[in-house]
Design a protein around this ligand. Structure first.
Ligand code: DGJ
Length: 732
């Protein structure tokens, strides 16, 4: 019903479904429940953004929106409005979304509006398609906008096509550009490195350009994450203020450009990083950019990120609405040192712990060059006979006998020079022919631009699943960026390498998804350097960091939760930072998709009993933990304590952590969020160590949602490195 009304509205008030607009005043309105993005044509036939902000209440007001931006000192408003897909050589003096060198060498492009249409999609989503063309060249540009009303998300991308006689060069080809007119802009960005993923930094944007970008080739993230929060008018806040959260669905080099002009307009552009990637577009070929996904909200980044989480579960993440498996991994515990006996014992440990699966990590393959460390064997995906004489089928059988599922680690895009694969197929390796080779973790990247290599990589998964139909899970790692950027396959067209690598990867993942649609897979990249929504179409979850020190994880998980549902973020209990208790480590992992990667023998009897109980509790609370609405209550960046909560249908889970409280610190009440003000909730502390009872007087008390959200509860303590989890159940 809602969808139909929306469509009707779009047709009545935003122009005809298909319209020509040389006369100007064609209006295209793209709306979510909270936001309007409105375009209009000007008398010059071009298309301009006239509004991006809170959804307007009255249709009658749309006529007031103007295609001219704030005038500059020369008064040239109208000429330089916010062009919908701003081009180089078209009269604009700032960063273009599209820059083309035409086949005759002309570097200008001017796009005129042709037509638009609105299509309903599954769910409460609507796609708006806008067609434009250059009147001097046979060039068509099509803008796509999908508006997800309920989740308040807009996803936008662009298609570029021409029929000139010879190829044209795309020098810049952004996914999208949007504009803001506010007095000030504040950017939250997330930088990182190995074991330091998703670290928040903030700054005000001043006139000039700020770029967020990477050039890593195989992945978007590691040094700079492909996510941002933008505070419009004031710094980003969790619970109030106008914010934009954005990301790009691309597993390679990306670039966000934030450009503040002379009169403080902000131009925000997202796309593939054009670095070393001038794209030769053949006549008749369509270049499709990746999707830029953003949410604008007037209710702070908490609301916007809940929109992101809901959208991802419903539309983007593989099996977004499905369940997730708890697991025991062996990487932190055994590293490369294991054999069949050790693994069989670990499978029994997994069953004893109560988790669903045992996950075998790196080190199970390679014969001529056994993978006993990270210097050899990558590429040779046959079980190592010395360690595993009976191969993978034996392990799958052992897991079954122990009562758990079996999952396995692979890194199929990579090769060690010491491997049979490198000896047999040197031409499959990305490597400069005429320079000294540089290695990252002793390995090189396979040339996924080559269809033969794509077949090989697909074959790694296909081969394992054909041999072991009961294999239940893959952890897909990627430990190296592209070093020595040269594809033997591309020959003279090296500027396609970065784009075609990602396309090659998607081809492989598409084939895997088509043949094995139900297999859950973890995306991993030397910790958490691959976690973009391009790849996550094919993965159910991602590894957030090798850093499982629970203190560090509080910051890392805080950052990732801004953009991802908790079920997508893998968190394992390990022995990183033994100064923290097992309880603290479990309590931190428990807010995400929980697993273990620790020897059970390291634990005392009480600790093991605690972990087993925690797994059982986790399984019981999974619908709330993984699918509830997530609220960040107290930031670890702002003090010595942090708290978050997940709110489900009839219960909520509250997580509280005391990191390093100060002497005689004043402890403020935690105000909860997301509850029903008129319902009553019983508060019960969970995850207690055996024999312990809750020391909180609030334990067992019943409070209204209103009280919990306005007065709040004093649940922080001054005990160093302590944590307390609470279950809140609705009482009738
Ligand atoms: C990097 C990953 O982040 C780790 O979890 C582990 O799988 C190693 N690679 C294995 O080499």
């Amino acid at each position: 019903m809602k969808k139909n009304l929306f469509l009707l509205f779009a047709l009545l008030f935003c122009g005809h479904a298909v319209a020509t607009a040389q006369e100007g005043n064609e209006c295209i309105r793209i709306s979510t429940d909270e936001t309007d993005l409105i375009y209009k044509t000007a008398p010059n036939g071009r298309l301009y953004q006239t509004y991006l902000g809170k959804r307007l209440l009255h249709d009658a007001d749309l006529k007031h929106l103007s295609t001219a931006s704030k005038p500059g000192s020369d008064g040239s408003a109208g000429l330089q409005g916010f062009e919908a897909y701003v081009t180089a050589g078209g009269g604009d003096f700032f960063e273009p979304a599209l820059s083309i060198t035409h086949s005759d060498g002309n570097m200008s492009t001017v796009l005129k509006y042709v037509s638009s249409e609105v299509k309903p999609l599954d769910g409460n989503a609507t796609e708006t398609v806008i067609r434009m063309k250059d009147e001097q060249y046979p060039l068509e540009v099509t803008l796509h906008y999908v508006a997800y009303s309920d989740e308040n998300i807009i996803k936008t991308w662009t298609e570029i096509k021409h029929t000139e006689k010879l190829p044209v060069y795309l020098n810049q080809y952004a996914s999208s550009v949007v504009y803001f007119e506010r007095p000030r802009y504040f950017l939250n960005e997330y930088s990182g490195d190995w074991a330091k993923e998703m670290q928040l930094g903030s700054q005000e944007l001043l006139p000039g350009k700020k770029l967020l970008e990477t050039k890593l080739g195989t992945r978007a993230a590691m040094y700079m994450y492909p996510f941002f929060e933008l505070g419009l008018g004031e710094p980003v806040a969790e619970g109030q203020g106008e914010v934009v959260l954005g990301t790009i669905a691309w597993t390679g080099n990306y670039r966000f450009t934030f450009e503040v002009d002379k009169v403080k307009n902000l131009r925000l552009m997202a796309g593939i990083n054009p670095y070393a990637s001038r794209y030769e577009l053949q006549p008749g070929e369509t270049f499709v950019t990746p999707e830029f996904i953003f949410s604008r909200s007037d209710r702070g980044s908490g609301a916007a990120s809940r929109g992101f989480q809901a959208w991802a579960k419903r539309y983007q993440l593989k099996d977004g609405e499905g369940d997730r498996l708890t697991l025991l991994n062996n990487w932190e515990n055994t590293s490369f040192s294991f054999d069949e006996k050790i693994l069989s014992a670990l499978m029994k440990d997994a069953a004893h712990l109560g988790v669903d699966m045992f996950l075998l990590d790196d080190g199970w393959f390679g014969n001529k060059y056994p993978r006993n460390n990270d210097k050899a064997g990558l590429g040779d995906w046959q079980a190592m006979k010395t360690k595993l004489p009976h191969g993978v089928p034996f392990l799958v059988k052992e897991a079954k006998a122990a009562g758990v599922k079996f999952g396995i680690w692979i890194e199929p895009e990579m090769v060690n020079p010491k491997s049979s694969l490198a000896e047999e197929h040197p031409e499959w390796i990305i490597k400069l022919p005429n320079r000294e080779t540089q290695y990252y973790r002793n390995q090189l990247v396979l040339d996924l631009t080559n269809p033969e290599v794509q077949d090989f990589v697909f074959g790694v998964v296909d081969g394992l699943l054909t041999e072991n139909p009961d294999l239940a899970y893959f952890k897909w790692d990627c430990n190296s960026p592209i070093t020595n950027p040269y594809s033997p396959y591309l020959g003279e067209k090296q500027d396609r390498l970065y784009v075609d690598y990602v396309r090659g990867l998607y081809n492989v993942l598409e084939r895997i998804k088509a043949k094995y649609p139900d297999i859950p897979m973890m995306l991993c990249s030397g910790g958490g350097a691959r976690c973009d929504y391009g790849a996550l179409r094919y993965f159910t979850e991602f590894w957030a960091s090798d850093n499982t020190d629970p203190i560090e994880r509080l910051y890392i998980q805080w950052g990732f939760s801004k953009f991802f549902p908790m079920k997508a973020i893998c968190a394992h209990v390990t022995s990183w930072n033994r100064r923290t208790s097992i309880k603290f480590r479990v309590d931190v992992a428990m807010m995400c998709k929980m697993g273990f990667d620790i020897g059970l023998k390291e634990m005392t009897e009480d600790e093991l009993t605690f972990c087993k109980q925690a797994v059982a509790t986790y399984k019981e609370l999974k619908p709330t933990i993984l699918d509830g609405e997530f609220y960040r209550l107290v930031s670890p960046y702002e003090g010595n304590h942090t708290a978050v909560m997940s709110v489900g249908e009839r219960e909520a889970v509250l997580y509280t952590y005391n990191i390093h409280p100060r002497f005689a610190e004043v402890l403020y009440p935690i105000r909860l969020q997301g509850l029903d003000a008129d319902k009553f909730y019983r508060v019960e502390e969970i995850n207690l160590m055996p024999g312990k009872t809750s020391a909180f007087k609030e334990n067992g008390q019943v409070y209204s949602g209103d009280y919990l959200m306005t007065a709040g509860l004093r649940l922080f303590t001054t005990e160093d490195l302590s944590s307390h989890l609470f279950r809140l159940c609705v009482v009738e």
